[in-house]
Design a protein around this ligand. Sequence first.
Ligand SMILES: O=C(O)CCC(=O)C(=O)O
Ligand SMILES: [Fe+2]
Length: 345
Amino acid sequence: MENKLVSSWWKNVQSLPENYKFPLDQRPGEPIDPLKHSTPIIDLTTHEDGGYAQPAILEQIIKASQDFGYFQVINHGISEKLLEETIGVLKEFFNMPAEEKAKYYYTGDPNSKCKLYTSSYNYQNEDKHCWRDTLAHHCHPLQDNLPFWPEKPTHYREVISAYSIETRKLITKILDVISEGLGLEKGYFGGELSKVQMLSANYYPPCPDPNLALGMHSHCDPNLLTILLQDSHVYGLQIFKNGKWIAVEPIPNAFVVIIGCQLQIISNDRLKSVIHRAVTNSKETRICVGNFVIPSSDCHIEPASELVKKTTNIAAYKSYQYKEFLHAYEIKHGDFEALLQSYKL
Ligand SMILES: O=C(O)CCC(=O)C(=O)O
Ligand SMILES: [Fe+2]
């Protein structure tokens, strides 16, 4: 079972196995160079009193979330050391011997609290596999979830605890700016809307033929908001805009913030959920650590009534429970437009 993990066998192959070669229409192709494109980068430097150094932050975040559905944040307050340790301990995890990783291998048990899998949860039924392994577990509340995390590498729990606490603070800060920008009360996205926090770390080893393979399929994130920590210099993330794939420049120590489907719906289409994917490269391993803020499964979701009242007065989406949306997402997540359409009023 454990030998399926690409992190355990990629060094033994010279060419890409057939079941990793995607059909022509799904192959990566040449993305648009990010440097020819205005990537939204937002500086979160704060004054001593906690206020932002740049007064325009609110408008910048809302504009980037409207126009792109994603942005990058720099000077966010999380130490470089912690970010390096986080990437480092995850690299160590995926580089452990196959027998050690086998303890966490996902066997299809939906109750397992720490899942290590390759390509997707649906490996058995896939026609083609993605060139990646993923380690996923919940991280909030910390004390309830920590006992299920990997015990090795020995400093995994210490580093990832600190990382989870710091990223939750940053996410809360960003969500507070978004709520203010949308004219909603402070803390609007707290409580049930952001009850769950999940870490999902992706490991993409060097791929023998990156032109034929994919690291992660094109998708939108079904949750509220995601922040991604990328390896400091390895390209891989791409976003889809105006019919084209654009590479997202890896900026050292920055986070990529991705607007999830729930934020698009709650904001009544003011903010956009971005379609994105990951490609591979032949030279370097890439790690991308995702932190997903997720509503509780019973949480009722609908366009925020205060926002609807202040704007069009017409809610674009019906109300539903988050678990219903997630179920629909699992069935048709490749077709983002159809998914959102099915919730339109
Ligand atoms: O590896 C990446 O850059 C993409 C990760 C991602 O989109 C996800 O985990 O949902
Ligand atoms: Fe994603």
